[in-house]
Design a protein around this ligand. Sequence first.
Ligand SMILES: *Cc1c(COP(=O)(O)O)cnc(C)c1O
Length: 426
Amino acid sequence: MGDPAGAGPEQLRHDKRVNPERNQFNQELEARLEALRLKNLFRELRTLDSPQAPAVDLNGRAMLNFSSNDYLGLANHPLLKEAAVRALERFGVGAGASRLISGTLAPHHELEQVLAQFKGTEAALSFSSGYATALGTIPALVGRDDIVILDKLVHACMVDATRLSGARVRVCRHNDIDHLEELLRWADAQRGAAEESRILVLTESVFSMDGDRAPLRDIVELKNRFRAWLMVDEAHALGLFGRQGRGCAEELGVSNEIEIQMGTLGKAVGAAGGYICGSQVLIDFLVNASRSFIFSTAPVPAAAASALAGIRLISSPDGDVLRRKLWENVNEFRAGIRTPMPDGAILPLHVGDEAAALEFAGRLRAEGFLVPAIRYPTVARGRARLRITMSAAHNLEQVRLLTAALRRLHPQANAPGQPATILPSS
Ligand SMILES: *Cc1c(COP(=O)(O)O)cnc(C)c1O
């Protein structure tokens, strides 16, 4: 036998020789990555060595974090951690099987009961993520004979789910109610006398990258008129808007008219997972037809338990305190840069050009601020932006440091009587 220490490199050389396709494969992918780099669209991971919080540790350096969707600061909240630890001790680490086999543990069931109560629906179903929620729900409800009308800016999970469903797709101009009416009229004409094909309208209540809101009342009125179904993703509204943070549908009084209410448990709720709230028959149907639900191991019990603790906290008086703190931070930010912004915790600064957005984010990072440059394909080409997100966990001083840095890097934000934009919008 030879020296075992020499076996490694020898083995590598051998692999290269017998597996030439692997080189061709890697070369091909390297070329594709190079093409992304040339277009300023290359992305890479940055690893934090700390919990999600207003101040994080990036490669040993303290950074102020204005990039997370942890709007209420629950991702590292003691109550959620305690719930996770208790569930871990009582139910173990893994769920062991899919929900329909033997993976439904008490925390999953309890989470769904509390979610339904909170949202005021008959029933709820939880999924391993918001992405899996859309992917399991939309193709279960519609197929080849049906039509999906989606807002141009809906999240990738709804776009992918619609593609997977095989339904005919029409894209509605963003928040354009007249265009929606036109598309619904067209879709209604397509279904003919038999009325067999369904029409499903997809939108978000608060849009993830622009932070603006959908005109839900008008949309509900239209979809009722044309007998279409409506699915609303409240990923960025749950916990923030409506009574006790129930979301925009509740705030606008249209909850009961939305067939499918969707959301995530990984943003304001501070944990992980996704959900559908609606009628009992919708939930029974999804248990039988949603492939991402059926063919996937149940979420770990600690995730369900911490999401449950998150919902409880959000709907308690402490939740109101956190929301007040969040809006106080948002108002401080808005006063600091005097730029028109959507009314919410997502505060996009439009840059346009991808390279410029990257450079701006890089300069902020050099000054200790973590703010992501959002680029294609998350947003359209040439619509790159900095996406600043505010949390209840920030303090006013941290917010002031950010606005000061933005003003320093973009002096036009300082100019009095120039409220239009801190940056030229494309
Ligand atoms: C983040 C997000 C999702 C996906 O939820 P995850 O739980 O992160 O998978 C779905 N819809 C919208 C609008 C989102 O922003």
